[in-house]
Design a protein around this ligand. Structure first.
Ligand code: GLC
Length: 412
């Protein structure tokens, strides 16, 4: 058997490495997550009134995209329509339950795409497949699916070149249910042949490959596992999406934020197996980005700046490290991702997290010439015995701690 060769767009998608997810909709005004309609059993006519107060006056696409750029993301996936049924784009007469027909009066998808083009970030469209608001969903499913395709066709034809589509909701029906996926994806292939197509398998079927038109598997809120692509009919990329706290849509009382350290480690855990990391923010009702979310995002950007961009194009290469340590290969270089190093200094102030010292990596193919930290000029001593390399990893100089430190090795 053999591992299939990725199609060009899929190989490019894998090299994106890091994306930003944005959950924004009417629900953001309530600040109790994007499932609030369903969970609190709010009657649809009452929920729809949220469209009358939707102004999005602080939704500043340029600000969001430039922030995302500073954070180092290569693509952004925006909820153009979530399960609540409200569209951030102009549905062109399909209905008026959209941002341009609300007091907001703007096409937020247009603003988003324009800003992405300006800052050279690739726009992706999240689109729900299930719908809690549209009557057809319950009364005439065939007609609903046509409405869904018409909606997607608008997104395919009105906004220029789109990086990809991210569908979500098929998990709501039993396995094998006919969502007419072929017809939906045909709309995309017709207008946007190079777009990546993803359909979230949800939390119950992480990493599962589906329709052959799909380009990536998903690991919602999980830990991506290495994919066994041997004998697969097609090369699927992998992507894991994660919240920063416990909700996708804004939660005004959700203080349960992950730490910057854990986000960096999770990012690394994704890249260790070649999966993209799609990290979510949930703007407030008026579109403003919560301070904490911005700070965490920019923190990751700092980390990337200090440790280098092998995190994007570096590939898993069979090198094994101890614990969470691993290596990626890019060109003629290996990059060792070293976790839990200690800080060098006075024991009264440097609380040890792990330690400096010799770190062993096995499965190294090729002879290493030299090793250095990417965040400073220091070269590291090492020994190599066949495929086993032992690197003397020095601790962080007092004043620094990068959570995961990266050593670059040149191969002969
Ligand atoms: C789930 C949820 C949804 C969220 C998505 C993100 O499927 O239904 O609210 O948008 O995951 O991965």
């Amino acid at each position: 058997m053999a591992i299939p060769i990725p199609e060009k767009r899929i190989a490019e998608f894998e090299n994106f490495g890091f994306g930003l997810f944005i959950h924004y909709g009417l629900y953001s005004q309530l600040g109790r997550g994007e499932w609030v309609l369903y969970i609190e059993k709010i009657p649809v006519p009452e929920y729809e009134k949220l469209a009358d107060t939707f102004t999005a006056e602080k939704f500043d696409a340029r600000k969001i995209v430039s922030m995302a750029k500073a954070a180092g993301v290569k693509y952004i996936t925006l909820t153009t329509r979530h399960h609540e049924g409200f569209s951030l784009y102009d549905t062109k007469g399909l209905n008026t339950y959209d941002a341009p027909h609300s007091p907001c009066g703007r096409d937020l998808v247009r603003e988003f795409v324009d800003a992405c083009h300006e800052f050279d970030v690739v726009p992706f469209f999240y689109h729900t497949t299930l719908d809690w608001q549209n009557r057809l969903y319950k009364t005439d499913f065939k007609a609903y699916l046509q409405y869904l395709r018409d909606s997607v066709e608008i997104l395919c034809t009105q906004y220029g070149k789109i990086g990809g589509f991210w569908f979500d909701g098929n998990w709501a029906k039993p396995k094998g249910f006919n969502w007419e996926e072929d017809e939906l994806y045909a709309v995309i292939r017709k207008h946007q042949p190079d777009a990546i197509i993803v359909n979230n398998t949800g939390t119950s079927a992480r990493g599962e490959a589906g329709n052959p038109e799909l380009d990536s598997v998903t690991f919602e809120q999980g830990r991506p596992t290495p994919m066994d692509r041997d004998g697969m009919s097609k090369y699927y990329a992998a992507e894991m999406c994660h919240t920063m706290n416990a909700h996708w849509g804004f939660g005004h009382s959700d203080l349960n934020y992950k730490s910057l350290a854990s986000l960096i480690e999770t990012f690394c855990a994704c890249r260790k197996v070649g999966a993209n990391y799609l990290l979510n923010i949930g703007p407030k009702g008026d579109g403003e980005i919560p301070m904490m979310q911005e700070a965490l995002l920019l923190g990751i950007g700092e980390w990337i700046k200090k440790t280098g961009d092998a995190i994007y194009e570096g590939k898993p290469c069979g090198v094994l490290g101890q614990g969470k340590n691993f290596a990626l290969k890019k060109g003629n270089k290996l990059y060792f991702y070293v976790h839990d190093l200690g800080i060098v200094g006075d024991s009264n102030v440097t609380v040890e997290f792990g330690g400096a010292g010799e770190k062993t990596f096995t499965g190294v193919n090729g002879k290493i010439k030299s090793v250095r930290w990417t965040d400073c000029d220091e070269t590291l001593s090492f020994t190599q015995d066949g495929e086993t390399v032992k690197i003397d990893c020095t601790g962080y100089p007092y004043g620094s701690n990068l959570v995961v430190r990266v050593a670059e090795a040149e191969l002969e």
